[in-house]
Design a protein around this ligand. Structure first.
Ligand code: GLY
Length: 369
């Protein structure tokens, strides 16, 4: 049953992605309005999600080898050069921006320009490390001591840079940030805090903030997903069991919150009404669950694998638009809990993670993180 569903879903992805790639060369989409992607190259080239479209194209290329995917990925990667020039607008999300775009290009094709881009990004990320507080600062302006759970997904860029150059500084910064995050962001029950403001001289926790979730005591589901997949990836790159155990603890919490109808609410501790979904959290968590399933003993795998499949199947039934003439597969992404704008919309990383999850289920080996 599940094998049939995986094969059918992959076939639908192939059909839709080919048409979408043909329509969207040389662009940096974020969301779709009335079935048409926007282009952040024109409005916000430094936007943190701009690596996901080329990343998605490289995913498809590595599985299906179509030239249309390669040309879309390469042209978008070049558009991102303008963001590198706008240094002031770049934040910790240089990992999201370049690791799965230029980094994937380099790993798949050996392109030396891509290596230069991804190493530039790694140096920018390493430069944001606060030595006293042992964390990577997230944002700019006067938010000197702010670190956010999302950054766990930027660490693979640093692990890659260390491996590539033999320079352990990148690795050391990544594990130091992961350790600080594990200590302060992950609560004993496996839920994750979104934002922490540290004293930049002593590393003392000054304040915990709810950020994109309901409040500082709640659990923003995309933040849980960043933690789940992010710690699983830190385990992949370091082999340090404490990261796998942390990923599992977050996963158990995530599964307990979603196992009713397997559709991710935007915040697991928000009031029951209004019902606000965030499909991107489900898609990213599914990838993290599959990564955990790949790294646990045979008799543990089922817990993580079947939770991932349940989430993906529920979202396929309720949230997916399979019309090949319309851009974007996964609907019902939500940027943040509060405020009605950016609620229940298609978001590019929802598609990226949804496709990556099915790609994993098909048995392709991800080289992306
Ligand atoms: N990294 C920002 C977000 O998840 O919306």
């Amino acid at each position: 049953m599940t094998d049939n569903w995986i094969n059918e879903t992959w076939d639908k992805i192939k059909l839709k992605m080919r048409k979408t790639a043909e329509r969207n060369q040389n662009t940096l989409p974020y969301t779709a309005v009335n079935g048409h992607y926007d282009n952040r190259y024109e409005t916000d080239v430094s936007w943190w999600t701009n690596g996901f479209w080329p990343g998605l194209m490289w995913l498809m290329y590595s599985a299906e080898a179509g030239e249309v995917y390669k040309t879309a990925a390469e042209s978008s990667e070049k558009l991102l050069d303008k963001a590198m020039e706008n240094f002031n607008d770049l934040m910790h999300d240089v990992g999201f921006m370049w690791h799965i775009s230029a980094g994937a290009d380099y790993r798949l094709t050996g392109n030396k320009d891509s290596l230069r881009r991804v190493m530039h990004a790694a140096n920018l990320l390493a430069g944001r490390y606060n030595i006293n507080g042992r964390f990577i600062r997230a944002w700019n302006g006067d938010m000197y001591g702010w670190a956010i759970i999302d950054c766990m997904m930027n660490l693979p860029l640093l692990y890659f840079a260390s491996r590539e150059t033999g320079d352990n500084r990148f690795y050391d910064i990544a594990v130091s940030h992961a350790d600080t995050t594990m200590k302060n962001h992950i609560r004993p029950d496996g839920s994750a805090r979104h934002i922490i403001n540290y004293d930049t001289h002593t590393g003392e926790v000054l304040e915990v903030m709810g950020g994109q979730g309901y409040d500082e005591h709640s659990s923003w589901s995309r933040g849980q997903a960043w933690a789940l997949y992010g710690f699983a990836l830190s385990y992949k790159h370091t082999g340090d069991k404490k990261y796998l155990d942390t990923a599992k603890r977050v996963a158990h919490y995530f599964i307990s919150c979603i196992c009713g109808d397997w559709l991710p609410r935007c915040d697991f501790r928000a009031p029951e009404e209004p019902v606000i979904y965030d499909s991107t959290a489900g898609a990213c968590a599914a990838c993290g669950l599959l990564e955990i399933a790949d790294n646990v003993l045979e008799n543990e795998k089922r817990v993580y694998y079947s939770a991932a499949v349940n989430i993906l199947k529920s979202m396929d039934a309720k949230f997916c638009d399979w019309d090949p003439e319309r851009d974007s597969i996964l609907q019902y992404g939500t940027e943040r809990y509060h405020g009605e704008s950016g609620r229940h919309i298609p978001i590019i990383y929802g598609d990226y993670f949804f496709v990556e999850a099915i790609y994993r289920l098909k048995g392709f080996k991800p080289i992306f993180w």
